[in-house]
Design a protein around this ligand. Structure first.
Ligand code: TXA
Ligand code: MG
Length: 349
């Protein structure tokens, strides 16, 4: 199939573009669109014939459930069985925005959307194009990140095309996304809300809004314990992995620079790359050195992380050395993604 590219970056012809996109979704097709977190690959989440196309285009395991995206709060009533009190508080505080909540699903939500689960994940994005598209389509839009399964999530329309060109009906270009990491997922079905995937909205922010909140044990330890199974099925898969062999070096930046340079020297004959920071970039001697942002600004690191990992692939990096980052607050979500990218290859220096 030919993938139609619609450029809405300049804010012109938005109505027309979104109308076309909404028609595709209503008639069972696939549209990739920007959200404030990462690009999503959308289909009608209540259409049992449309949803499998998402899994096929991405090469996604069928037990990995999708998030339903809504544009207004009252759209949630059709798709969940009940709305716990904490969910009202969290929606009030963080919707529209980078928070996904897991509820008990209603009967109209197909098991194909929930990967066979009795629960359903719901998010109201804040990105204008995303919200307007959902509203115009008039259905809850099932949308995973718009990457091929296993690759870093897309933060630009180019990333989507590089993975899915020819496999989906349309991509809407809304420019580079704002946050760059996928939404925080919180399960609100139990007594105490549980964070299943860390994101821009941190445990501290959630707990300030609702008091007690836990992080899934299998996610709390940045390196997995083989006896603990993550409660978000997608968290168990290898993800965000660049093609080169990647190792994270954690420790004092001066020490990390020294060791990475020693390792680079030992890797002669292979194309080496370093995921560096503004503070350290000039000290490295590898073939490719990219700064992911400033150590003083974790939001910049979140914003650039996936693009940097994709650049390593584009430039043919065979061995990738990455610095580690502070693991508090947003840093926890950054390191959660980075650990997966490196296949949990970590060296403490
Ligand atoms: O920011 C985001 O959340 C982006 C944008 C497009 O909205 N979407 C996204 O979707 O990251 P995806 O499919 O790449 O990741 C969804 C995660 C997976 O780990 C999945 O297993 C988990 O959410 N999930 C979905 N439904 C669930 C459920 N009912 N219970 C537990 N985990 C669920
Ligand atoms: Mg994903």
């Amino acid at each position: 199939m030919k993938t139609e590219y619609v450029d809405l970056r300049d804010g012109k012809d938005v109505k027309e573009g979104l109308y076309k996109a909404a028609e595709i979704i209503k008639t069972g097709g696939l549209v990739a669109f920007p959200t404030e977190t990462v690009y999503g690959l959308g289909a009608n989440g209540l259409d049992e014939n449309a949803v499998p196309k998402i899994y096929e285009a991405k090469g996604r395991p069928s037990d990995n459930p999708l998030i339903l995206h809504i544009s207004e709060f009252d759209e949630i009533e059709n798709i969940v069985k009940e709305i716990p009190d904490v969910a009202f508080v969290l929606a009030d505080e963080f919707w529209p925005g980078p928070l996904t909540m897991v509820f008990k699903k209603s009967d109209i939500v197909p098991y194909r959307t929930t990967g066979g689960l009795e629960s359903v994940a719901v998010r109201m994005p804040s990105n204008k194009i995303a919200r307007e598209l959902i509203k115009t389509a008039g259905v809850p839009v099932a949308a995973p990140s718009a990457n091929s399964s296993g690759r870093p999530s897309p933060t630009k329309a180019d990333h989507v095309l590089s993975d899915l060109d020819g496999k989906i009906d349309m991509v809407i270009d809304g420019g580079t996304v704002d946050i760059g990491l996928e939404s925080t997922i919180v399960d609100v079905t139990g007594e105490v809300p549980v964070i299943l995937r860390p994101g821009f909205i941190t445990e501290e922010m959630l707990s300030e809004a609702i008091g007690r909140v836990k992080t899934d044990d299998a996610v709390k330890n940045l390196s997995p314990d083989k006896d603990l199974k993550p409660k978000a099925p997608g968290m168990k898969y290898r993800h965000y992995a660049p093609q080169g062999k990647m190792t994270i070096y954690k420790g004092k930046p001066e020490k990390v620079v020294k060791i990475i340079n020693e390792e680079t020297a030992k890797s002669e004959g292979k194309k080496t790359a370093v995921l560096a920071t503004d503070e350290t970039k000039r000290y490295y001697k590898a073939d490719i050195v990219i700064s992911v942002g400033s150590r003083e600004d974790s939001e910049s690191i979140a914003h650039n992380l996936f693009d940097t990992l994709r650049s390593f692939d584009d430039m043919g990096a065979e061995i990738i050395f990455s610095e580690g980052f502070d693991e508090s607050r947003l840093g926890f979500a950054i390191m959660n993604r980075l650990h997966k990218s490196a296949g949990y290859n970590i060296v403490n220096v």
